[in-house]
Design a protein around this ligand. Sequence first.
Ligand code: ZN
Length: 149
Amino acid sequence: MIVSYNYFNSVVNRIRFCYHLFMKDCIFCKIVSGEMPYYKVYENENFLAFLDIYPRVKGHTLVIPKKHYHWVYDVPEFGEYWESVLEVTRKIQRSLMPKLINYFTYGIDVSHAHIHVLPRFTETEFLPKTINLSKTEMTEIAEKINSAS
Ligand SMILES: [Zn+2]
């Protein structure tokens, strides 16, 4: 099939437009730009960590790139990304003293790359059910992790 250059261009522009709309609606991009409130845990030049607002354990943290990429493996600074996860891990170890810490990626819910960091205390399920934590508890947990050296 031969596709004219103009047709191809219009399709590309339409895709670009949709991509723009989609990024505008990305809740993690809104967190990065400060349009959405969040419980900050850690930040460096390219990555940001905050508490998941639907926590499955105490201290359930998400680590995201500040730039929008769909999948974790789309992030060009992949090694630096995991180094940031390790920084968060150390902070959680020092502040919450969990038994162990799990990581997982899913990405179907929010299409902005994020790595889940789950400190484990007594839970033994592969993926524990969500728990309820008050705003005060969330703020305290975030501050505790954030201030850990
Ligand atoms: Zn985004």
